[in-house]
Design a protein around this ligand. Structure first.
Ligand code: SF4
Ligand code: FES
Length: 138
């Protein structure tokens, strides 16, 4: 069986959105931010002509896991005067603007953006891996 990661691409002829489902942590930021473009009920779930390229790029930039990206574009972290903390309902706590995390080996790891698990079910604890979006085992 192939273990190649799935990579999908969606283009409007101007920009191409790249989607890596394995990296998604189900923050729902794309679904709430541009529901006319990102809609799980549609196939394909990305409708590239439903918003401007500028709006799509702005949204993709906000994807905390980088599951969404724009082909050929490497985003620089935005200059932020302060750290932003975003609590996702039923999901992770996302910190943007830089955070240094000390792991159990007392090593310090710097993240521009980091998502902490709040449900306690992540396989990558303390980081969110999207497990919160799956039904709990009975
Ligand atoms: S992690 Fe990215 S792709 Fe996944 S739901 Fe959040 S914004 Fe969308
Ligand atoms: S909050 Fe996402 S896996 Fe726990």
């Amino acid at each position: 069986m192939s273990t190649e990661p799935i990579v999908k691409e969606y283009s409007n002829g101007e920009i191409t959105v790249v989607w890596k489902p394995q990296a998604c942590i189900h923050s729902g930021i794309c679904l709430r931010g541009l529901p006319e473009v990102f809609d799980l009920k549609k196939r394909p779930w990305v409708t590239m002509d439903a918003a401007s390229s500028e709006a799509i790029v702005g949204l993709v930039r906000d994807c905390p896991s980088k599951a969404l990206s724009i082909k050929g574009v490497k985003f620089k972290e935005e200059d932020r005067s302060e750290t932003q903390v975003n609590l996702i309902h039923g999901g992770p706590l996302i910190i943007r603007g830089g955070a240094t995390v000390t792991n159990r080996n007392k090593e310090e790891v710097f993240h521009e953006t980091v998502s902490f698990c709040r449900c306690g079910r992540s396989n990558k604890f303390p980081y969110c891996d999207g497990t919160h979006a799956q039904p709990k085992a009975k």
